[in-house]
Design a binder for this molecule. Structure first.
Ligand code: GDP
Length: 304
């Protein structure tokens, strides 16, 4: 619970506070209460369907448990949010995967500005701190400044970066990085890519080529394809995820900038609509501001 505490201040002040306010004015669990609750959930980006579902399940639970006390209602809400989240995702695998042998490779995708490069830097720092041998590859050769930004992260967290000049072939960068990772026994290789969603065909070709290069060198890789989504963009993030799903097979999501939004409910919407597990969350700009996603901690973090 503590781990999410600071990063979720805004969501707690927004989503959590609204539900708490609802409960503060609570007289009885009547239709008005459920109307207000549904509205609050929708405002928090939970999504319409999900808001209805939560409200419906709460209705039943409240009847079933004969809940009348304010404190009990609040507990039922928290419990339901966690349960619904778990239930929706029971077939999903929210662990990050590692190679059984040889280097682990994670490919990062997502549109510009969502926090891809930052996430890679943070994750490199995490593995480096754990004593792993970490390599990064600057295969976003398209966006001006992207290479330099990753190189800068490399300096900051003391991790090597494979890079070439701007506009060079991203697959060539990846090829070099995979070769190096194999030859020099790296534990993990984190690959940044360009997120040109406005040109889907090019993006698809580029990602396919990168994946081909990886698979040729290491048949079981990449071990994760992680899509970065910016939590502050709300329902837009869902649209992006759907579009990326059409170009490549995404194995997990990093939901960034959760510290910058009052609408933490997007986590539930992602689960309900996409069925891709959120594996990581970004809670700030610094190298330590990355957490593994844990639904219980997350929901409690919204309320406490
Ligand atoms: P990219 O284009 O997807 O690689 O995005 P960047 O990694 O360059 O991030 C874009 C901006 O978002 C930068 O200013 C980052 O510092 C910021 N950013 C990334 N992740 C987070 C986060 O979890 N919280 C906050 N507050 N800012 C973030």
């Amino acid at each position: 619970t503590q781990r999410y505490y600071h990063g979720l201040t805004k969501s707690r002040d927004g989503f959590g506070a609204k539900i708490n306010a609802l409960l503060a004015n609570f007289r009885s669990v009547d239709e008005d209460f459920f109307d207000d609750l549904e509205e609050t959930l929708i405002e928090a980006d939970v999504g319409f369907e999900m808001a209805m579902k939560i409200s419906e399940e709460l209705r039943n639970e409240v009847k079933f448990q004969n809940v009348k006390q304010k404190k009990d209602v609040s507990n039922v809400i928290i419990e339901k949010l966690v349960n619904i989240y778990e239930e929706e995702g029971k077939s999903e695998d929210s662990q990050l995967h590692f190679a059984k042998q040889g280097p682990t490779i994670y490919l990062f995708v997502g549109v510009n500005g969502v926090g891809k490069t930052t996430t890679i830097g943070k994750l490199a720092h995490r593995y480096q701190t754990e004593g792993k041998k970490v390599l990064m590859a600057a295969a976003d050769t398209f966006r001006a400044g992207a290479i330099e930004q990753l190189v800068e992260w490399g300096r900051r967290v003391n991790v090597e970066v494979v890079h070439k000049e701007e506009k060079s072939d991203p697959a060539a960068v990846v090829f070099e990085a995979v070769q190096k990772a194999k030859k020099e026994n790296y534990d993990i290789l984190l690959v940044d890519t360009a997120g040109r969603l406005q040109n889907k065909v090019n993006l698809m070709n580029e990602l396919e080529k990168i994946q081909r290069v990886i698979v040729r060198e290491l048949p079981e890789a990449p071990h994760e394809v992680i899509l970065a989504l910016d939590a502050t963009t709300g329902q837009n993030a869902l649209t992006q995820a759907k579009q990326f799903g059409e170009v490549t097979k995404v194995s997990g999501i990093v939901l960034t900038k959760l510290d910058g939004t009052a609408r933490g409910g997007i986590v539930l919407a992602i689960r309900n609509e996409l069925h891709i597990p959120v594996k990581l969350v970004g809670l700030g700009e610094k190298m330590d501001d990355l957490r593994d996603f844990n639904s219980e901690e997350f929901v409690y973090g919204l309320f406490k």
